[in-house]
Design a protein around this ligand. Structure first.
Ligand code: NAI
Length: 780
């Protein structure tokens, strides 16, 4: 071929990477692997073959971890943890740094092994996966170093069970192991069954780094091994994978006291406005949906194009995708490699062939005869409700529709059960920054896509899971407060007897949508003072009342758009009005609970309202300097509708300790008042009614917590549930919350000192906010 012919056709040859060193490493291990437990590899046991998806050839034999293997791994991690913690921040930082250096030293071997095992193009493994994994260890070496000063009140959680998927095998390992180790935890990690090799090579690196035995343990196997890890006596489970498995793990760990973070699926919108730089937006889609064959949880898989530019955009997009080079992942010129396993190819083709809507364009590329490949595909003209617009395909298939106005773009973008990421293309900064806060997503990229960095938290909302990985917020998932909690004391309802002198009916109502409402069931029960005399009657809320309260809270969405300044004023006003009636409230509290602490509780409640009035306009986000041409704005947003089972103890202070941080941050709340002492809450309704709190922002239910906990936690329109009630309720809440994978914050039967620092502060504010990282171009 002459040079002029090459220029005419723009064809170019192959640039193959050698597999020799990686295959030699596998051969050195005898072609078969055991598990990495307590600092050593176990002898290989019964198991399965791991294959190269591009060729179908067997790469190695792996062992399926038995119950005994998992038990030994967890026991090793448990033994190693105290000493690892005592090593201190600097001691751990040195090990993390050493791991980062060794990853760097062996990057080519890691990259080649990753590509052989996973099928991703070598260019991506070499330039993205492995450098980002290194960056994660460097970044968290820094976090370990800073922990003693910057997180002085935090302690490690203990032993962490970590389960990761096959799409970014080493990178997901780094996301899990680096922060866990930095904060003083030890781990038992299970890689995905298709892609365990780089985790095993990482185990070897741990040995080279001299990492104390038992700090990192790696068990190999499929979902059955994952289930064993989930059931094991670990203190935390961190999972990345499908929403279906995530939901099951939520149910299985409910009530166990194990901390949980879930990073699940997505169907992320990619919005192109008519004023976008069209060529850049087209090129962005190559990174959004054809990067890693579309097997990316945050892939821009749902293209929304502004109608005026749709035709030209689709034309350019088809031209670009038709030029993608699909084939041998070991060729450095390959754009789209192999799908991880034939099972996933049939999953993708099953979904695509069942589709009857829109126009399908398949890139006219030559697919290799052997191996698992799928051609880049674009399906335009779909309706928002079509299966392909809603279901995660997890392959190189882009689905699309058009929109007419920015408002419609937002509506379409948010028309999904997921909320992981979103991409916005527009040359108009006003438009892009107007859209970003309106998107239900944990990450928003403006004029760029699929950017990730250790400094910017990654994670989603809705059924994309909860918790963040990376950044300062990611550390919360690997630490707990240093203070040792006491067990919760059960508080019984006061019993007594109504006398004929109590004939006048004094039944307090529920407070829903700014109005006092009779309970749907029409039931009430007497509440007695400590002395045994009748204090009044209280309404018993049922599931219908919960639904009404949720509806009211949903309709009060305008509250989430108010300024912190306005919310602060309303909180001060509530405090002022409570203060004016302090004597009356103190008397009520003394009568209900006995003793003379009522005045102190009222005073503490007023102070708490002041605290959150103060925070309302000060709990700021962060700006992350990311090593790309831009910054990530870590914005604190309200969670939405929060349901709270308030503590039985401290009936007024506890109620306000839940309400005030939530509404200060712009949430709307449904509060289930103290079960034994509900009348302090119903009296408080009168304070709310005179304090300019808009209807539906605060809703108060009374009655049995057991009647409201499950409906509240299971409701699809509730975004988070807090539970400070009796011990058994934590399990009810966590289990029911699996419905839409909402965030939960429960006490697991541990007491909280509502009068002390434990009863207020950052923990509440963090639970009342979601961090949205908005990536914007900035600087050179
Ligand atoms: P998966 O969720 O089954 O696998 C992820 C990890 O969980 C693997 O390590 C697996 O062995 C483990 N696992 C499976 N069942 C488990 C259980 N019952 N308990 C504990 N661990 C368990 O994902 P899979 O089946 O490989 O892929 C199916 C679909 O899931 C994909 O088509 C894609 O839509 C989605 N997916 C999403 C990912 C994401 O990052 N959001 C990653 C992987 C898959």
């Amino acid at each position: 071929m002459t040079v002029s012919e090459i220029f005419a056709s723009m064809e170019y040859g192959t640039a193959p990477e050698s597999a020799a060193d990686a295959l030699a490493w596998i051969a050195e291990q005898g072609g078969q692997f055991g598990h990495f437990i307590d600092g050593a590899f176990t002898s290989p046991g019964e198991g399965f073959e791991t294959r190269n998806p591009a060729t179908g050839e067997t790469l190695a034999r792996l062992s399926q971890a038995t119950q005994d293997d998992v038990d030994r791994a967890v026991a090793a991690a448990r033994r190693a943890q105290p000493r690892w913690e005592k090593l201190g921040g600097h001691g751990r930082a040195r090990f993390l740094y050493s791991l980062a250096r060794l990853l760097q030293k062996h990057s080519r071997l890691f990259a080649v092994l990753e590509t052989l095992d996973n099928g991703k193009p070598i260019r991506e493994a070499r330039d993205i996966d492995i450098p980002l994994a290194q960056r994660h260890f460097y970044f968290h070496a820094g976090m370990a170093q800073l922990m003693p000063t910057e997180l002085a009140d935090r302690a490690p959680i203990g032993v962490c069970g970590q389960i990761i998927p096959w799409n970014f095998p080493l990178l997901m390992l780094a996301w899990k192991i680096a922060p866990a180790l930095a904060m003083g935890n030890t781990v038992v990690l299970k890689p995905a069954e298709y892609t365990s090799l780089t985790a095993l090579l990482f185990a070897e690196i741990c040995t080279q780094a001299g990492l104390p035995k038992g700090v990192v343990n790696i068990v190999i196997g499929d979902g059955a091994v994952g289930e064993r890890v989930v059931a094991a006596p670990v203190d935390k489970i961190a999972f990345t994978g499908s929403t279906e498995v995530g939901r099951r793990i939520r149910e299985q760990t409910a009530g166990s006291g194990k901390a949980l973070t879930l990073e699940l699926g997505g169907k992320s919108p990619y919005i192109v406005f008519d004023d976008a730089d069209i060529d850049s937006a087209v090129e962005g889609l190559v990174d959004a949906i054809w990067f890693n064959q579309g097997q990316v949880c945050c892939a821009g898989s749902r293209l929304l194009v502004h109608e005026p530019v749709a035709d030209v955009f689709y034309r350019k997009l088809r031209a670009r995708m038709d030029k993608l080079r699909v084939g041998d992942p070991m060729d450095k010129n390959t754009d789209v490699g192999a799908i991880v396993d034939p099972v996933q190819v049939s999953h993708i083709s099953g979904l695509v062939s069942a589709n009857r809507s829109g126009d399908t364009h398949v890139a006219p590329v030559t697919i290799p005869q052997t191996g698992s490949f799928y051609p880049p595909t674009l399906i335009t003209g779909l309706n928002p409700a079509d299966t392909l617009m809603q279901e995660e395909i997890f392959g190189p298939v882009l689905v699309s529709t058009t929109f007419r106005t920015p408002a419609e773009a937002v509506q379409l973008a948010n028309n999904t059960r997921y909320g992981l990421a979103a991409t916005v293309w527009s040359e108009n900064i006003n438009l892009a920054l107007d859209i970003a806060p309106k998107l239900a997503a944990g990450i928003v990229w403006i004029n760029g896509t699929n950017m990730m960095d250790a400094a910017a938290g990654f994670g989603g909302v809705r059924e994309s899971g909860f918790g963040r990985e990376g950044g300062w917020e990611g550390l919360a998932a690997y630490t707990k407060p240093k203070s040792k909690p006491k067990p919760l004391r059960k508080i019984a309802r006061v019993t007594g007897k109504a006398s004929p002198a109590d004939a006048i009916d004094r039944t307090s109502k529920l407070y829903i949508g700014g109005k006092q409402a009779r309970p749907d069931g029409g039931y009430s029960r007497p509440v007695f003072n400590k002395s045994g005399g009748l204090a009044g009657h209280v309404s018993l809320a049922n599931r219908k009342d919960v639904r009404n309260a949720v509806e009211a809270a949903r309709s009060a969405g305008a509250w989430s758009k108010t300024t912190g300044h306005l919310r602060a004023q309303i909180l001060y006003y509530i405090a002022e009005n409570l203060s004016a009636r302090a004597g009356e409230f103190a008397a009520r509290l003394n009568a209900l609970q006995g003793g003379t602490r009522g005045a102190a509780e009222v005073e503490a409640t007023v102070q708490r309202l002041f605290t959150y009035a103060a925070w309302a306009d000060k709990f700021d986000g962060q700006i992350h300097g990311v090593p790309l041409r831009g910054v990530a704005l870590g914005m604190k947003e309200p969670v939405g509708v929060i349901g709270a089972i308030c503590p039985d103890e401290a009936p007024l202070l506890g109620l306000v300790s839940c309400m005030a941080p939530a509404i200060a941050m712009g949430n709307r709340v449904i509060l289930a008042a103290s079960e034994p002492f509900p009348l302090a809450a119903t009296d408080f309704v009168q304070v709310l009614e005179t304090s300019d709190v808009p209807a539906g922002v605060v809703n108060i239910l009374t009655g049995d917590h057991a009647d409201s906990a499950a409906p509240l936690a299971g409701h699809m329109d509730v975004d988070a549930v807090w539970c400070f009630g009796a011990a058994g309720l934590s399990e009810t809440v966590e289990k029911a919350a699996a419905s839409n994978l909402k965030r939960t914050w429960v006490n697991h039967g541990r007491a909280r000192d509502w009068n002390g620092p434990d009863g207020e502060g950052r923990a509440f504010l963090e639970a009342a906010t979601e961090v949205k990282n908005v990536w914007i171009p900035y600087g050179e």
